[in-house]
Design a protein around this ligand. Sequence first.
Ligand code: S3P
Length: 429
Amino acid sequence: MSNVILEYTSPKLEGEVVVPGDKSISHRSIIFGSISHGLTKVSNFLDGEDCLRTIDAFRDMGVQIEKRGNTVLVDGKGLEGLKKPEKELDFGNSGTTTRLMLGLLSGLPFETTIFGDASLSKRPMDRVVNPLREMGAVIEGKQEGNYVPITIKGGALKGITYRLPVKSAQVKSAILLAGLLAEGETVVYEDTETRNHTEVMLQAFGADIKQYEDGIMISNKGKLTACDVEVPGDISSAAFFLVAGAIVPGSTVTLRNVGLNESRTGILDVFKQMGAAITISNERITGGEKIGDLTVKHTTLKGTTIEGDVIPRLIDEIPILALLATQAEGKTVIKDAEELKVKETDRIQAVCDNLQALGANITPTEDGMVIEGPTKLAGGTISSYMDHRIAMMGVIAALVTEKPVEMDEKDSINISYPTFFKDLEAVLK
Ligand code: S3P
């Protein structure tokens, strides 16, 4: 781990960025490709470390996966083609791999042990383990299976009806994956819509899945068949450039081919509320997902309240939205976002500590934060907390500080955006 000095004198963003593939869809393309029959071709796969963990897991279970740059060929032999891995599965930093695989491994006829890095080892798994145990899963691990390392003794499962107690697409997806292997129907209800990529993609792969207004039913009756996936650009990665364009004077930047699935576009609603100059063009549908180009220009912004049903639609964008709020006029209140405490790090604390260190007026609350703006940020020393999104927020903050920002490392960015610095350099004028 080595310190990085971020110093940008009179920066301005101009030009275009083609942001890399969506992390959530990239994970799922490998999972669904691996458990279906036939050759799935994935284009624009995200080469981030988290998604590579998912590829490794399925290779360890005997699936042939060939990677040619950002194109991945997955030779699925169906659920029954998966073999017991010869070693314990290392999921690194990846919460998505861990929670989704817990669902799948629960119903497969072998025993697997999974583990991860220091951050993953602190993230709660009971939200997934509890419903899976209701389905009959046999799961053991640290603190009654709430933390990895966890051992899953896969076997027969039965369908359940479950109302999500947390607003989490990972939990929903884990139960749906287990539902693919369970006897009878599995129904998951959610009070607030979370990202729906699992449902959309499972339908395309041929699962027996039905969507109701607030719930999803799945059974083991469908025959999963290979389906090519064109991964849209990740709006959660685009977010860093959207905010940079909005807060750096003189900027105009266009993000190409960004995924605009409604369950992910909360940031666009907030931009509009704050008066940002953002336009959407070239909207189209690829592989069942809406995509388009986003152009943002610097302008004066006003504070807002971000709460309720929009939170799951922008949960990963809150760190960078907090930075945006430091540059807006008036008060911004972020509420109902207690989930931030159990991300790669406690993001309420990490965001507030870092932005305070740079001179912002920001106060943490139990379920979010309150920011008063606008503040000319001074600069100073921050930590990435080894969290990719906290690190990228630090870099974008350095574009508007008077003095340099010193951060303890930058390699964590490779988790979701390995080409982040290259893309940033290309639009910095
Ligand atoms: C994800 C769901 C979200 C999100 C994460 C990816 C997914 O997590 O924060 O980055 O791919 O399903 P939660 O389900 O814990 O909210």
